[in-house]
Structure formats: C-alpha cells, structure tokens
Design a protein around this ligand. Structure first.
Ligand code: NAI
Ligand code: MG
Length: 397
C-alpha cells in the first residue's frame, strides 16, 4: 500500500481531541499515512479574519482526502467582538467554514450511516409482544444532498425590488403575502437542480445495489412542496424504472418519517433527502443508535472528500484536564474515509473492534452511561476519551 497524505483538520474544542484519538486508532490498525494539519475554525477567524484560510484550501486541493474534527461558530455580534483588535472594522465577515468547504469543493453527497451496535445501552428499544422488550437492529444509510435546498444561502430580509417584483408575479404570493410590509418580510429559498438531485439519488441507488437492498426511500414532502420535493421523487422513480428495475422507490413524507422511525426503523435501509430534511432525518435516526457520540458522516465531492463526526466542538468539555467525550463518532468517520479510499477491510476491522468494545461493555464513555457530562464522570466509572480509544486499539491487536 502506498503511503497516503491525509489533511487533518482538528478545528476547535473537542475536535482536536477526537481527531488525535482517531489517528491513533488508524495507526494501530496499520494505516500507513502522513497527516498534514489544515487550519480551520474559530481560532483562525479571530487571528486572521478567515476561518478557512487559503493554505487549507490548497492542502485540500492537493491531497483530496481530509479528516475533520469540529468547529465552533458564534453569532454575528460575537464574531465581530472576538476578532483581533487590529482586524476590526476592516470589512471581515464571518461565514461558516463547513458550508464554504462543501460549496467550494462541491461536496454534494453527504452520507450518514446509523447502525446499531449490539449491547449499546443507548440503543432504541420498544415494547414487543406480551411484556417483552424489543430492540430492533437498525442499519440505515442516509443520503443527504449537501449543497442546495434550504441551506443554499439564497435568502433575504426586505428583499430588493427585482426579487420582490418577481415574487409578486406568483399568484400565491400576491394572494397570501402582499399584505406584509417589505421590511417585515423574510424569504429563504429552496433551490434544487436536476444535476445535483440526480447525483444524490444515484448515490443512494448505487449503495442499495451494492448492499443488496431492494428499496430506496425518498424522504421529502412532494404533496406540498411540489416543485423541489416533486423533482427528487420523480428523478428517483425514473431512475428506478430505467436503471435499477430491482430497486423500488418508497415515498415517505419527512413528518411521517419522524413518526415511523420510532415504530419500525429497521425497515428503512436507504434514505435519500434534500439538505434540510436529510439533516433532520439523520439526526432522528442517529438518536436511535447512540446519538452524537456515534454519529459519523462523509461529505463526498467529485474530487475532494471530507469525513467528520456530526457533533460540534462541545466547548464546555474542551478544557477538561481529562477529556470525557466519546471518540467513536470520529473513529467511525475515519472508517468511512478508509472505505472511500479502498481500504474497506481495514475499516471493517476497526468497526469490528468498536463493536466488541461496545458489546463487552467494560469501557463506557459517559454518554453511554447516560451521565450528564462533568469532570467527575471518570470517578463514576466512565471511560475517558483516551481510554475508549485504547479499548478499541486493544481489540485490534
Ligand atoms: P455539540 O455537538 O458541540 O454538543 C452538544 C452536546 O452533545 C454536548 O454538550 C455534549 O453533551 C454532547 N456531545 C457532543 N459531542 C459528543 C461526543 N463526542 N461524545 C459525547 N457527547 C457529545 O453542539 P452545540 O453545543 O450545539 O455546539 C457547540 C459548538 O459546535 C457551536 O459553536 C456550534 O456552532 C458548533 N457545531 C459545529 C459542528 C461542526 O463542526 N460540524 C456541528 C454542530 C455544532
Ligand atoms: Mg445537524
């Protein structure tokens, strides 16, 4: 195996802690790589007025594969106040480096797997027949369109004339919203393009085909949001008919899906959705299999791919002398990276080690013990971040 170069972007807060542990696990699994550090996050906003410096963009262009911890974002007024004094008043504006990265590198395919680990005390349970407890095995991959839709950033408060006039040409707008004074009108658009809708739907079908699943669920709301959700459903139905005759399309509205996920989550294996509904449904499913400590993701574009846990920087835990956060989400994101670069067997080995640690139940991060986070959890028997990673490494050896 040729030595790889991976861009390691720790970001802020616990991002660095979990990324370091994931790299230790990768090393222990025998992944032969060199890591170059990509600066990203709040620290670089404050020091340089740019949370995604050009040098990081260059590293991503050059090496193409990145592991990312998490960043801190703060509201507009805090962003302005925390900027270095010499940079203040010079026209710097804060923007989310994650959203920028996704748009800049066309990281349009977001994959968020939600799989049950046997023995995880955080697994979803329901009542079975009689008075039994039933613990469904969930194996769901969510394909979320990552660059368009409601998170596309095309929005206005007090829209300019051309936008307002265009809206007024729509009978529904004229009938229902023309009464509103313009300064009190906020508009966020939901733009879907056929090209990117097709790409995310195709990714879902390809995955279903590879894994032998017979259904792709489109989780949108085409009965109400007729143009955009309607486009995704239609693209999926045509793709099924023309390219994947053995894979059926199931149309489930996002609201109904949130109800079904606590009734029969095991029946959903492949879900595809737009940006916001994909975000919502993936958090919903993640809650059934362990929540933020277990939720991993991949952001994949035509050239560059970035792998990250879905949790944030958890600033309140960042300064603990002994870190308590669960590194599993980050380690599993690293496994998704291995899958992507053709090291699936190594990824499987790490996932198996995690499964053994969870099933054995000797090393439990505080979230798995359902404790609320505090430095004291280690005295209450919780494994630290490092101990969790050590337990995984021990199973690899
Ligand atoms: P968060 O995900 O950082 O933390 C929420 C809570 O979840 C924590 O207080 C902790 O109880 C728990 N948690 C998070 N990660 C965990 C882990 N690995 N193991 C165990 N428990 C864990 O979200 P929050 O507090 O809303 O945001 C904190 C900062 O992170 C904000 O500045 C926010 O903008 C940013 N953020 C960044 C994201 C990213 O970089 N992708 C995603 C979400 C939030
Ligand atoms: Mg989210």
């Amino acid at each position: 195996m040729a030595k790889r170069t991976i861009v390691a972007m720790p970001g802020d807060g616990i991002g660095k802690v979990v990324l370091d542990e994931a790299i230790r696990v990768l090393d222990a699994a025998g992944f032969d790589a060199e890591y170059v550090t990509g600066d990203i996050g709040w620290e670089f906003w404050c020091k340089e007025g740019n949370p995604l410096p050009d040098r990081t963009i260059e590293l991503l262009k050059k090496h193409k594969i990145a592991l990312f911890g998490a960043i801190t974002s703060k509201p507009k007024d805090k962003a302005a106040a925390e900027l270095a004094p010499e940079l203040q008043g010079k026209g710097f504006t804060y923007y989310s480096p994650i959203v920028s990265m996704r748009q800049m590198f066309d990281l349009d395919i977001c994959q968020r797997p939600c799989r049950t680990f046997k023995g995880n005390p955080l697994n979803f349970i329901r009542r079975g027949k009689g008075n039994t407890i039933d613990e469904p095995v969930i194996d769901t991959m969510i394909f979320r369109q990552n660059t368009e839709g409601l998170y596309g950033g095309v929005e206005w408060t007090n829209p300019p004339d051309v936008v307002y006039d265009a809206l007024m040409t729509h009978p529904k707008f004229k009938e229902n919203f023309a009464w509103c004074p313009r300064p009190e009108l906020a508009v966020s658009t939901r733009i879907f393009t056929k090209k990117y809708t097709t790409r995310i739907v195709k990714a879902a079908f390809e995955y279903a085909k590879e894994k032998g699943f017979k259904t792709v669920t489109v989780c949108e709301k085409p009965n109400v949001i007729r143009e955009t959700s309607g486009m995704m459903l239609k693209v999926a139905q045509e793709m099924s008919k023309n390219e994947y005759p053995d894979i059926r399309v199931q149309d489930v509205n996002i609201d109904a899906q949130m109800m079904w996920l606590t009734k029969n989550p095991e029946t959903y294996n492949v879900i595809v959705a737009g940006n916001m509904f994909g975000d919502i449904v993936s958090d919903g499913f993640a809650g059934l299999v362990g929540g933020l400590g277990f939720a991993c993701s991949a952001n994949i574009g035509p050239e560059v791919a970035v792998f990250e846990p879905t949790h944030g920087s958890a600033p309140k835990y960042a300064e603990y002398p002994t870190s308590i956060v669960n590194p599993i989400a980050m380690v599993m994101s690293a496994c998704m990276m291995l899958d992507h670069i053709g090291e699936g067997a190594m990824a499987e080995r790490i996932r198996k080690a995690i499964a053994e640690v969870v099933e054995e139940g000797k090393a439990l991060a505080y979230d798995m013990m359902k404790l609320s986070g505090s430095p004291d959890v280690v005295n209450q028997g919780a494994a630290s971040t490092r101990q969790m990673a050590d337990a995984i490494i021990a199973k690899l050896n």
